[in-house]
Design a protein around this ligand. Sequence first.
Ligand code: COA
Ligand code: ZN
Length: 312
Amino acid sequence: MNSQERLTLDRPQVVVNEVGPRDGLQSQSRILSIEERVALIDSLLAAGVRDIEAGAFVSPKAVPAMAGTAAVLEQIDLGAARFSVLVPNVYGYELARDAGAECVAMVAYATERMATENAKMSREQALKATETMLAKSEVDGLKVIVTIAVAFECPFEGVVEHDIVVRTCDRLFNAGASLVVLADTIGAANPATVEALLERLLGQFDSAHVACHFHDTRALALANVYAALNCGIRRFDASIAGLGGCPFAPGAKGNVATEDIVMMLQAMGFETGINLRKLIDASDFAEEATGSARGGRSKSWLKPHLLKHTAS
Ligand code: COA
Ligand code: ZN
């Protein structure tokens, strides 16, 4: 091992889970072909991204952009990364399993209205479906990640009580979940609310089993990542080129851009395993393919800066 490799290993690691191919693409006006979705994933792999939400097994009527996720899984190298796929119900879990997925990301909800709008279920039905999935996954050998949607604020019911999130986590961990993702679905959290919720949660649960998912609607996603990092969180969802938004949550804008979060983490001395220069290629591809992605806010600085350093 050379000194550079040793230095890299010594740095604290943060996992950046790329959700652009799912959260990012689901609300774009242009629907990408299977080949384009695969090319986007390949460009992320080339940049060293090793945790990727590759698509969703949802009703193609509800989310046309995610139709054909089985074909996407068929065409990517499933051994090249830790791939997950979003599922809203047990039927989606079964489709994902049968298509060769090794990890599913199920959605639970902090509010009733969000559960109904997103999955036409009650909160309790979604939790019961998650428990069924967790039990099945023991037999099937799949991993289940559970995202709690609207963990901070709901577009229909307003600010969410911390107690609801704590109780939901408690139930999910008791049912065997190994990772719970707190999603700020509409980008309404701020560093103080992130800190307050995480202080409550991490007093009870191990930070290794909790991740965060921030949308940048109010330009606070990076600030929220920083607050969560300070609380001990070491896994974040992000979306290449800042793609994203939820078609069922009015006002939701894109996720924190992968290039922005990776740049910040690297500057702070964290290791992500991701090559920023190649990540910019993936971001360019996402912008071109969708025609609407805005690109990370750091991109106009990053591009010439990285090119200069490559040339010298
Ligand atoms: N994957 C694919 N198709 C599914 C499905 C799944 N996970 N679950 C249900 N379907 C199909 C059914 O087979 C049925 O098909 P048909 O009309 O050809 O017979 C159709 O969807 C309706 O089934 P139903 O059980 O009545 O579902 P619904 O209309 O109540 O919709 C969901 C419920 C969950 C399937 C739908 O709202 C959905 O897919 N939501 C996903 C939302 C999402 O992805 N949000 C963003 C991420 S948080
Ligand atoms: Zn999201």
